[in-house]
Design a protein around this ligand. Structure first.
Ligand code: ME8
Length: 504
């Protein structure tokens, strides 16, 4: 069985999760489920980044003990993962012992390799990024990502010899480590400008992981954060590490590309650990074109949206609306518009109409058909199989919104087929054809229930339950995408509409 290891970024716990966090996790879950459907042995990791100074700062501002504060917020991320119906195998918190141990081990390995030396850092530090920032990168004296003035730091520190790895990292990037190409080129250009050694410890801070070779320093948070991808697998001796490493995909947002595409590979090379296969960089969810930020007071709470519209609606909206790799906008108005058109009108109606006809014309059981001549539904069959083929390609390219578009084209052809074949006329004039029409519609719905599973797993379950199919979509379901597997006489059990229209 082919293994597939996918990770997300681990989120800072200086505040509760926002919709951008939900977006990344939903994308990763969709990829994980897609690979499960391909019968691969998937390991999906997510978690929280807890040792950052910005977490400690937020706790101080809230007047709460730092550990209590991060525990409280981390819980909200764990809760969100459940509410979003994520299929993660593990959730790592970087304050856990298992993580601290491996972070210290990696630091020690870098030191033993001769890649760490003591020196003095003097320059800027952006607490939003938790990153050292050069004068050249500032825009009007502020960090371009967080629009805040960086701190001026002058302190003793240990440096990691990042500069030593410039050439090899450039080669890796040119070989395609990072996708999409535009994000890869950004980093290539920066690396060509030369790499500076990186300050990897902080003095005079009391929150963070102890440097193993010097009691007076804490490990710079990005060094420990990146290590989560292997500490969760119990590097170096754990069975999980042996089985799943290297990661097949590190899924991250565009703001943290540098850390993953340059610093992480350098650490791994220094420690003689295999490199991840791909780093996929997604865009941002913006609000009215603006970045989500506390200071702009435009933070959207995904939990409230899930309460109001359901997890699958939010998942569908994010995956359908935002082309993967690009930025996109969120607004409740567009979510409701999509809900009413795509979910209530197109998918909900197709299910409802088809099941109503099975109830009305066939006493609630899928009719038997004469398989010797299926010419009347041949066109629909080939459209369905062709759609599947195209979707497979889109899914492998992580082009979710095109894959969803294709599924919806199929749904709409089925709706059109109802209009054109007029079952209410056939019932009197051509019962034989009616049976075939109904069978074809039911088959398409069965295909749809499988194809939407990576995107909307509970909707898939709900559709299948109403269709009388007891087996839930899981592993190896691609083989079920074969036309004609639906069993005549299957008893359906129609329920209330799955997506009742929202009044605007
Ligand atoms: O960067 N839209 O944590 P984080 C989409 N702890 N994605 C967004 C986003 C938005 N509006 N805002 C943030 C960190 N993200 C580090 C990661 S990994 C070893 C350490 C993405 O809470 C962001 O790019 O700021 C990142 O991938 C993830 O959410 C966590 O962001």
């Amino acid at each position: 069985m082919k293994k597939f290891y996918i990770t997300t970024a681990i989120d800072y716990v200086n505040a509760p999760p926002h919709i951008g966090h939900a977006y990344e996790k939903v994308c990763a879950d969709t990829i994980a489920r897609w690979h499960r459907m391909k019968n691969e042995d998937v390991y999906f990791l997510t978690g929280t980044d807890e040792n950052a100074q910005k977490n400690a700062q937020a706790a101080r501002e809230a007047g709460v003990d730092v550990k209590k504060f991060v525990d409280g917020n981390s819980k909200k991320f764990i809760e969100l993962a459940k509410l979003l119906n994520l299929s993660n195998n593990d959730f790592i918190r970087t304050t856990e012992k298992r993580h601290v141990k491996v972070s210290q081990l990696i630091f020690k390995k870098l030191y033993d390799k001769g890649d760490i030396y003591k020196g003095n850092y003097s320059g800027y530090y952006c607490e939003g990024c938790e990153a050292f920032i050069t004068e050249k990168e500032l825009e009007e004296g502020k960090c371009p990502e967080h629009h805040i003035k960086p701190k001026v730091l002058k302190e003793e520190t240990y440096f990691f010899k990042l500069s030593k790895y410039g050439k090899i990292i450039l080669k890796l990037l040119e070989e395609g480590l990072v996708e999409p190409e535009s994000r890869r080129n950004e980093i290539i250009n920066r690396v060509k400008g030369g790499l500076n050694d990186l300050s990897v410890t902080r003095k005079n801070v009391d929150w963070g992981i102890q440097v193993p070779i010097d009691q007076g320093h804490k490990i710079y948070v990005w060094i420990d954060a990146l290590v989560n991808y292997i500490s969760a697998l119990e590097y170096p001796d754990g069975e999980l590490f042996k089985k799943y490493w290297p990661a097949d995909i590190h899924l991250i947002g565009k703001g943290i590309n540098w850390f993953h595409s340059v610093i992480w590979p350098a650490i791994l090379i220094s420690c003689e650990i295999e490199l991840p296969k791909k780093i996929f960089v997604h865009g941002y969810v913006n609000i009215k074109g603006q970045k989500i930020s506390k200071s702009l007071k435009n933070v959207v709470d995904p939990v409230k949206l899930i309460d109001k519209y359901g997890a699958d609606t939010l998942r569908y909206f994010l995956l359908r609306e935002i082309p993967f790799g690009e930025d996109g906008n969120f607004s409740q108005d567009s979510l409701v518009t999509r809900f009413n058109s795509d979910l209530a009108n197109d998918l909900g109606n197709l299910l409802n109409r088809t099941l109503t006809m099975i109830e009305k014309y066939f006493d609630g059981r899928l009719p038997e058909i004469d398989r010797s001549d299926l010419s009347e539904i041949e066109n629909l069959k080939s459209k369905t199989l062709d759609t599947c083929e195209q979707i497979f390609k889109k899914m492998d390219a992580l082009d979710f919104n095109s894959a969803l578009k294709r599924i919806w084209q199929l749904i709409n052809s089925a709706n059109k087929f109802i209009e054109e074949s007029k079952p209410w006329v056939l019932v009197k004039q051509d019962p034989d054809k009616l049976r075939k029409v109904i069978y074809a519609l039911y088959e398409i719905l069965r295909f749809v229930s499988i194809l939407i599973w990576p995107f909307m797993p509970s909707t898939s379950d709900r559709i299948r339950r109403q269709m009388g199919i007891s087996r839930k979509v899981k592993e190896d379901f691609l083989a079920r995408l074969t036309w004609g597997l639906s069993q005549p006489k299957t008893k359906i059990s129609k329920e209330k509409p799955i997506f009742p229209r929202i009044k605007v």
